[in-house]
Write a protein that binds this ligand. Structure first.
Ligand code: SF4
Length: 702
């Protein structure tokens, strides 16, 4: 068993937030305070956003969880010992399983967990709990593009090229990705490119674009089909590339040909001239266009729809038709959101996957992983429910009666939040492992205080598939344990062999490498030693006699399907799951802002973030506000068929007249997810956060 490395006076690690994983150097300690500086890491090259600079605030949060809590007979959470807390959890899990069977216990993970935690969580669920009921919050933010990428290319890695390649781009189309706010250091790589931004809002990113296409919410796929239509009619397809490297363009074109530009304008609101200019810019057909490459990059705005997989596929079709993916002079990529959104979906915390990014229904994959785990393949459960389906089933007949949550805050981040909160409240046992008392932790029967980024070792995989070392600067507070230690301790209490659940990160990683060997995301050639010498390693990186250099660029010679060719998808626009009506006449779309991250559990504890964005707001066009009787800076109620939230009005003349925007980082009555729609993409299970039909009403000041 490995030892934890000694703590260092100065530590090179990475920001705890988004998938860019900017390089940082930490100095100081808990007593004098932790200072952060950016390093010259390839993705951030000496820059950080506000969230990165202020991340140490969360280490010193006044309400940091430092002792286990158990809910007593009086209904209050009270401090207790680790033994009492873990015994309570183990006894509760045993009781539920005895009464209702193993699938009555569920696990909910997170896209911010390290690779080691994601791996051990999946193993713990499937062996120690013998449950199929495990999924994670990454289902909410990447699963549609991941599925579309797997189907198109045979392999999903957010960006199949390093972000540095974008520096030579001539044109970049950003669809549903506001990187100027969500990943600001990434903008430096796009300084020389002409940007086309597809977004219903004039975001900070759209403000820097040469061309902003502003479609009505939920019509992105109609726009993608229309752009392909123009490329076909204007003779801009890369016929040689299509012939050599793809299959299935006929079906994609058949669908696109019914989306002529005027029809697309009538549905999306994007003028024909702007559609045409976008295609010509991407194809390099503009007068004076240089020979730099073109890229199509998608984000949550494309994915979080009831047909998000098809919408992502529509943009992939466009990129393939123009000959971009794997060409070495352009490409397609998906901008993963959460810190370990990429690694988090590769190591087995998804309902349908085993480590190595393997399908849980593939007999060969089951045999391999079972062999590494030392159990017969038939002992591994099958696929479980996707994240929202799992939350929706909690406490129901046949649904889970007990839930363990690691690294997630679904009471704020899940759609139709009031329903999810009722489901959480109906459980026999809710256990939350976290480092701050999130809104979900406050509902728990047992709260387990765990380490955070600057107190722990591990690895994460950023949006480029680059595997990174997280390194500890300082020890955690005295009674705080690592998530790995918690899983180990719980497994032992449930009668599992202690050596089956490595509590030391390097040991967990070495086991993960073996489990991933031969899989789609093969980490077997990556080690802590190689990473600690400064090697930059992108998966796949198989074990080899001569150390494999990793794969920064995928698909240059062939795609990952057995015949080496990419696949077009035959997709059709059907509109959003919920459309506007006289009762709910406006589209509401939700998203992130510069100051906050995800459910806000961390950044709402940061002074600068609170100063910049202290309360929920709704962005509204002044004419729309006037029609609803709203005043700038006044309070408004935003109501859908699911419920209402309260927000401060911000007038913005760049908003569409039919659309309002609400950030989703705030709790309580300010939760955007009180109005969001729980419709799921039928193939990826991703919720349709981006389109809800709402109405606005003015509220008096409290
Ligand atoms: Fe952290 Fe992302 Fe900001 Fe970089 S861009 S500092 S990784 S939040």
């Amino acid at each position: 068993m490995s030892e934890l490395p000694a703590l260092r006076p100065e530590t090179d690690t990475h920001c705890p937030y988004c998938a860019l994983q900017c390089g940082t150097r930490l100095t100081g300690d808990r007593d004098v305070g932790v200072k952060v500086e950016p390093t010259d890491f390839p993705v951030n090259r000496g820059r950080l956003c506000q969230k990165g600079w202020t991340a140490p605030d969360v280490l010193a949060a006044a309400d940091r969880l430092t002792r286990p809590l158990v809910r007593g007979p009086d209904g209050r959470l009270t401090e207790t010992s680790w033994d009492t807390a873990l015994d309570t959890v183990a006894e509760g899990l045993r009781r539920i399983r005895a009464r209702h069977g193993p699938d009555a216990v569920a696990v909910f993970g997170g896209g911010g967990l390290t690779n080691e935690k994601a791996y051990l969580l999946g193993k713990f669920a499937r062996l120690a709990l013998a449950t199929s009921q495990i999924d994670y919050n990454g289902r909410f933010c990447m699963s549609s593009a991941a599925l579309a990428g797997n189907e198109a290319f045979g392999l999903d890695r957010g960006l199949p090229f390093p972000v540095g390649d974008l520096r030579s781009a001539r044109t970049v189309l950003l669809a549903g990705a506001n990187i100027a706010e969500t990943m600001p250091p990434l903008m430096q790589h796009l300084e020389r490119a002409e940007l086309i931004v597809v977004d219903p809002r004039r975001t900070a990113t759209a403000g820097r674009a040469k061309l902003h296409l502003q479609p009505a919410p939920g019509t992105d796929l109609a726009l993608a089909l229309g752009l392909l239509h123009i490329a076909v009619v204007d003779g801009l397809l890369d016929q040689d590339y299509i012939r050599r490297r793809t299959r299935g363009i006929e079906g994609a074109v058949r669908r696109a040909m019914t989306w002529w530009p005027e029809r697309v304008e009538s549905i999306t609101g994007v003028p024909v001239s702007a559609q045409r200019e976008a295609v010509r810019m991407l194809a390099g057909a503009e007068a004076g266009a240089g020979d730099g490459g073109a890229y199509v990059l998608t984000g949550r705005g494309v994915e979080q729809h009831s047909r998000g997989t098809d919408t992502a596929a529509g943009f992939i079709n466009l990129a393939l038709a123009l000959g971009l993916p794997g060409s070495g002079r352009g490409g397609y990529g998906c901008l993963t959101g959460q810190g370990n959104g990429q690694g988090g979906r590769e190591h087995g915390q998804k309902a349908d996957q085993l480590p190595g990014y393997r399908s849980i229904t593939d007999p060969a994959a089951r045999a391999h992983v079972a062999g590494v785990w030392g159990v017969p393949p038939e002992d591994l459960p099958g696929p479980g429910r996707s994240a929202y389906e799992l939350l929706d089933a909690l406490g129901d007949d046949g649904g889970p009666r007990g839930l363990l949550v690691f690294g997630s805050n679904p009471a704020v981040s899940a759609p139709h939040a009031s329903h999810v909160v009722r489901r959480l409240a109906s459980l026999d046992l809710l256990v939350v492992a976290d480092f701050v008392p999130s809104e979900t932790a406050r509902m728990a029967d047992v709260v387990l205080p765990v380490t955070q980024w600057a107190e722990e070792e591990g690895t994460l995989t950023n949006l480029e598939g680059r595997v990174l070392r997280r390194r500890a600067l300082m020890a955690p507070p005295p009674r705080v344990r690592s998530d790995l230690q918690v899983l180990h301790d719980l497994a032992v209490r449930l009668g599992e062999p202690p050596d089956r659940y490595p509590a030391v990160p390097q040991d967990a990683f070495d086991e993960l490498r073996a489990a991933s060997r031969g899989g789609r995301a093969d980490y077997s050639g990556i080690s802590y030693e190689r990473l600690d010498t400064g090697e930059s390693l992108h998966w796949p990186c198989p074990a080899a006699a001569d150390p494999h250099p990793g794969t920064p660029r995928l698909f240059l010679d062939r795609f990952a399907h057995s015949d080496g060719r990419a696949r077009f998808a035959e997709v059709e626009h059907h509109g959003p799951a919920e459309d506007i009506s006289p009762a709910y006449p406006l589209y509401a779309t939700t998203g992130r802002i510069l100051a906050h991250y995800q459910s806000g559990a961390q950044t709402r504890r940061v002074t600068e973030s609170n100063a910049a964005a202290p309360e929920p707001f709704v962005e509204v066009h002044p004419d729309t506000a006037a029609r609803s009787g709203l005043a700038d800076r006044g309070l408004a109620r935003v109501t859908s068929a699911r419920g209402s939230m309260t927000a401060r009005v911000r007038l913005d003349a760049t908003m569409r007249l039919d659309t309002v925007f609400v950030p989703f980082h705030f709790p309580g009555e300010g939760r955007a997810n009180l109005f969001t729609h729980p419709a799921l993409d039928p193939r990826s299970g991703m919720p349709a956060f981006k389109v809800s039909a709402v109405r606005l009403e003015a509220l008096p000041e409290a």
